[in-house]
Design a protein around this ligand. Structure first.
Ligand SMILES: [Fe+2]
Length: 163
């Protein structure tokens, strides 16, 4: 069995790769989004993701480890699904769902890493991870808002016209 520090570093490499995969996927998602608010949300999250990668590199440095990635199969699957939705022109509601799945995955990963860092007594790392965790949660909330307001209003209007 590996110790907590080893487990932490393995998960860190996985998350580092996951964020990098997301960096490549977000511009495509922004391009596919029809709602301006959603498009802007994806673009904003792209900037945040760049910062998330920087923070992870900072964490590697604090542990005296070289920043390395290990292929995150989960993110690869989530991104692949998002790309299929784009190809099939499923629309904004489906895009939001795909993006929220990504956020929930990241929230789970950052949450675990943060509690392990706490156990390891690495306060500076806890703070770095927490900053990102809060941004992922805020993004998830924002996606919720867009899904509940913008998208629904439009569906409503479309349905109204059919009557
Ligand atoms: Fe992130």
């Amino acid at each position: 069995m590996s110790n907590l520090r080893e487990t932490f570093i393995e998960e860190l490499k996985d998350l580092y790769d996951a964020e990098k995969q997301l960096m490549k996927a977000l511009p495509k998602m922004a391009k596919a989004a029809e709602h301006e608010e959603l498009k802007a949300g994806f673009e904003e999250h792209l900037d945040q993701t760049e910062e998330h990668i920087n923070r992870l590199e900072e964490v590697f440095k604090l542990l005296d480890e070289t920043a390395k990635s290990k292929k995150c199969k989960a993110m690869a699957g989530l991104v692949e699904e998002a790309q299929d939705l784009i190809k099939e022109e499923e629309g904004d509601a489906a895009l939001i769902c795909a993006a929220q799945k990504v956020e929930h995955y990241e929230i789970a990963s950052y949450g675990s890493l943060k509690s392990w860092a706490k156990l390891m007594g690495e306060d500076e790392i806890v703070d770095l991870l927490d900053e990102t965790l809060e941004e992922e949660k805020a993004t998830d909330e924002k996606l919720n808002d867009i899904a509940e307001t913008a998208i629904n209003v439009e569906e409503h209007e479309a349905a109204g016209k059919e009557d």
